[in-house]
Design a protein around this ligand. Structure first.
Ligand SMILES: C[S@@+](CC[C@H](N)C(=O)[O-])C[C@H]1O[C@@H](n2cnc3c(N)ncnc32)[C@H](O)[C@@H]1O
Length: 244
């Protein structure tokens, strides 16, 4: 318990002092590795994510849904990495005009189609199978949501740039992420390219912690340059001879 409290203290302190997060981060040189689709498929098939439906596990969904509805009444929402669409259940109370959930796990989408069958039947909701790193649609939305999945979707700058055309004028990105030092690096990068509309942290008595935010990307060119630079640094391209 003391260790968990210490960890939460470092996470909270690093929110506005990223250097402090780097100082206390374990395995700081090791990148976050995105889990393959087979892992997610197996977990959905085994019902592991059923626990996400419990009330004490969904504070972040409820807060993000309220943040969105506060700015966009009857919002139109695209959720990438939507799993079985549990976030929609928090959004439902705010009468969303449209919800499209995209996930690359077919068992997750199949479960979502059952869970949200009434709304799918009347055409307000769609659950679609697709890779969130490159999903394309002509539809536009008030908010594109990444809830507990942004660390699986590649470089955050590329990701946000990719969905920019799917945002209505004045639209924004909604984010929830499990509070931990390494994923918080992505939050700092997203924050550096954005205007923050809302930012909050949820702490639960059982030790859960999430960052919840709504941001509007403003510095796309700079962000893409950062993303290219981080790709060059991570790849071995600088070690190769110029004339092979
Ligand atoms: C922790 S779950 C979160 C589910 C949901 N967003 C929520 O908050 O309840 C992460 C989800 O991201 C999905 N995911 C991971 N990588 C993905 C990708 N490249 N494209 C689409 N979905 C992906 C997984 O299949 C999984 O459903």
């Amino acid at each position: 318990m003391a260790y968990l409290r210490w960890r939460r203290f470092t996470e909270l302190a690093s929110l506005d002092r990223p250097w402090l997060g780097e100082l206390f981060m374990r395995k700081r040189g090791k990148p976050i590795v995105a889990a393959p689709v087979e892992k997610w498929d197996a977990e959905y098939q085994d019902g592991i994510y059923d626990r996400l439906n419990r009330s004490e596990q969904r504070h972040h969904h409820r807060l993000l849904a309220a943040m969105i509805a506060d700015r966009w009444p009857n919002p139109r929402v695209l959720e990438i990495g939507a799993g079985e669409g549990v976030f929609y259940e928090a959004l439902r109370a705010h009468r969303p005009a449209r919800y499209v959930g995209v996930d690359f796990s077919s068992p997750a989408i199949a479960r979502g189609e059952v869970r949200l069958a009434p709304e799918i039947a009347i055409g307000e909701v769609k659950m679609l199978l697709g890779d969130g790193r490159g999903f394309e649609t002509d539809e536009t939305f008030d908010v594109v949501v990444f809830s507990e999945c942004v660390e699986h979707l590649g470089e955050v700058e590329d990701l946000v740039a990719h969905y920019q055309d799917n945002l209505k004028p004045g639209g924004a990105v909604g984010l929830t992420m499990w509070l931990a030092l390494k994923p918080l690096r992505l939050w700092h990068r997203l924050k550096a390219m954005s205007q923050v509309l809302d930012e909050a942290v949820i702490n639960t008595p059982w030790g859960g912690g999430w960052l919840v935010a709504v941001v509007r990307a403003t510095k796309m060119a700079v962000a893409l340059a950062i993303s290219c630079a981080s790709w060059i640094i991570q790849s071995d391209i600088l070690d190769r001879p110029i004339l092979a």
